[in-house]
Design a protein around this ligand. Structure first.
Ligand SMILES: [Zn+2]
Length: 85
């Protein structure tokens, strides 16, 4: 009799996507950061997405440092993100 694995896995994926956003925004607690880093060791998808999201964040910060995001750059990186899915 199989356990409720598919449901657990789905929850986990949603959870790690939320964690990813918190971490990229710099709002995660140290515990959440550790949990996420353990997770991306075994979840390649989140690992890749985390790297790309961080790159977007960094690129925006470096380019202007204020609220005007370089839309063209964001589109380019988001295009790369889409290809990962
Ligand atoms: Zn994941």
């Amino acid at each position: 009799m199989p356990r409720m694995q598919p449901e657990e896995k789905k929850l986990e994926v949603e959870e790690c996507q939320q964690l990813l956003q918190l971490i990229v925004d710099g709002q995660a607690t140290p515990e959440q950061t550790i949990a996420f880093q353990e997770h991306i060791c075994s979840c390649k998808k989140c690992d890749e997405k985390f790297k790309l999201d961080s790159a977007i964040k960094e690129a925006i910060k470096k380019t202007c440092g204020c609220h005007q995001a370089p839309q063209e750059l964001v589109s380019t990186i988001q295009g790369a993100l889409q290809n990962l899915r």
